[in-house]
Design a protein. Structure first.
Length: 151
């Protein structure tokens, strides 16, 4: 018998609404792209913002999940992956006896990450380092601006 999976994509959580909304968009896009395989996908923030891991876990169970796969939206395997997320997930699971959970590895080192890094660098180069995303922000500067900042 196959158990029905719920997927929770979890980031750190931020005081910046735009950052939290980005994760919610990632979860929605993941859910849409892989809807044939994973009908239950929920976003979660480890701290600071809602939905929390507990809230997302509960929503997965309410939607019929018997197993919840928690996917950290983190690059490296730091303390949040080794301690905090497993603890918060186990605490959430206690409220739903009979459910199982698993925390996946972080995004880590992967050819797809390398391709994404190259895509970002190439975009800067293709726009002669003056793209609309960074133009006029502290993320794009000239040698003259840098020397003004160091005074």
């Amino acid at each position: 018998m196959s158990l029905r999976n719920g997927i929770v994509i979890v980031d750190h959580g931020s005081r910046r609404a735009e950052s939290n909304q980005m994760l919610e968009q990632v979860a929605a896009l993941f859910g849409e792209r892989f809807k044939d395989r994973y009908a239950i996908v929920e976003p979660a923030h480890m701290e600071i913002a809602e939905p929390s891991i507990a809230t997302a876990y509960g929503k997965c169970v309410e939607r019929g999940a018997q197993r919840v796969v928690v996917c950290p939206f983190f690059l490296g395997p730091g303390k949040h992956w080794t301690q905090d997320i497993p603890r918060l997930t186990a605490e959430a699971a206690e409220k739903y006896p009979g459910t199982l959970f698993h925390v996946t590895p972080t995004l880590g080192i992967d050819d797809l990450i390398l391709d994404l890094l190259e895509k970002r660098v190439n975009s800067c180069d293709a726009h002669d380092y003056l793209c609309d995303t960074c133009k006029g922000t502290n993320r794009a500067g000239t040698v003259e601006q840098k020397s003004k900042l160091s005074r």
